[in-house]
Design a protein around this ligand. Structure first.
Ligand SMILES: *[C@@H]1O[C@H](CO)[C@@H](O)[C@H](O)[C@H]1NC(C)=O
Ligand SMILES: *[C@@H]1O[C@H](CO)[C@@H](O)[C@H](O)[C@H]1NC(C)=O
Ligand SMILES: *[C@@H]1O[C@H](CO)[C@@H](O)[C@H](O)[C@H]1NC(C)=O
Ligand SMILES: *[C@@H]1O[C@H](CO)[C@@H](O)[C@H](O)[C@H]1NC(C)=O
Length: 268
């Protein structure tokens, strides 16, 4: 718990001092990163993913979409791979008493793998299965309805078989609020952002979430992305810190497979 608290303090200190974003992180695994938005998004995808000839990489799934999502609370941190999730959103989103967070595996967009609820200021440590490759997102109970909830900020994480890992923050599929990701293998390795770029965004930049009906910033993928949203976000955010472009991979590696991810005030 002491480590969890120190990470919380560190991240909240950074929230106050990280503007403008200064990219001090080094990413050594850019070439290994395959942005997940480039996957075809129809169908369940297990078979297709199992023969992903584009990269020669085969994902070994942690969870079968026919099984229900797994609820978790904080696990003991014994120094191994895993991720701290920190809720920096002061708002209690309705019945959840805080914010619900979901882990989705790549191409398993219909059913989350893991989920938890954190009160404002709360933190959990969790170690997903060793081959987890996917994203953490904000959400609510509608994420259990068996449909896709793609719109929003994606915090992408991937562990390699040898325990190393990489992560990034992507706005390609939408922006429902800031997220900062920190690799915990060395000091001062961050990606993502902590500023609010939603509040003053132009009318044409918004899109509606399917589950809750609330509005956040639209997706900016190369296929069918919103050019107004992309232009707006590009005024404030650095493509070397967050995914704004298909061609620039702002990923951060962690040699001990450990991360802290802070979700700031967002739209559920
Ligand atoms: C992947 O490559 C293998 C071997 O080259 C080939 O047999 C298979 O058809 C390919 N699969 C797809 C989905 O392209
Ligand atoms: C998922 O579970 C179903 C039902 O048990 C099974 O038929 C299917 O083969 C499983 N899929 C994978 C990828 O394990
Ligand atoms: C929210 O808090 C109330 C009051 O403490 C409790 O009864 C309820 O079970 C909580 N809901 C969730 C989803 O944790
Ligand atoms: C761990 O595995 C990744 C992916 O295969 C590889 O790029 C990296 O060099 C490996 N790191 C170590 C320390 O073995």
């Amino acid at each position: 718990m002491r480590l969890a608290e120190s990470v919380v303090i560190l991240c909240f200190t950074i929230a106050a001092t990280a503007l403008p974003l200064i990219d001090t992180a080094t990413s050594t695994e850019r070439l290994l990163h395959v942005p997940r938005h480039q996957h075809v998004q129809d169908g369940i995808g297990v078979r297709r993913q199992a023969a992903d000839n584009g990269t020669g990489h085969t994902q070994i799934y942690c969870h079968n979409e026919t099984d229900p999502p797994i609820y978790f609370t904080s696990q003991p941190d014994t120094g191994g791979p895993g991720v701290y999730i920190l809720n920096g959103d002061p708002v209690r989103h309705g019945a959840a008493n805080g914010t619900m967070y979901f882990f989705y595996e790549n191409d398993h967009d219909f059913v989350p793998y893991l989920w938890t609820v954190l009160p404002p200021g709360g933190a959990v440590f969790v170690t997903p299965c060793p081959t987890f490759e996917g994203r953490i997102v904000r959400g609510d109970a509608s994420n259990f309805d068996g449909t896709k909830h793609l719109l929003g900020t994606w915090t992408e994480l991937s562990w390699n078989r040898n325990g190393t890992a990489w992560g990034d923050v992507s706005l390609l599929e939408g922006n429902d609020g800031p997220v900062l990701i920190q690799a915990l293998d060395e000091p001062n390795k961050y990606k993502g952002f902590s500023i609010d770029v939603l509040s003053n965004a132009p009318a044409g930049a918004w899109a509606q979430k399917l589950g809750t009906g609330s509005w956040c910033l639209d997706k900016i993928t190369s296929e069918g992305g919103n050019a107004i949203t992309k232009a707006w976000e590009s005024r404030f955010l650095d493509p070397n810190s967050v995914y704004l472009e298909d061609s620039i991979n702002p990923v951060i590696n962690s040699n001990n497979g450990r991360f802290a991810v802070t979700f700031y005030a967002g739209i559920i």
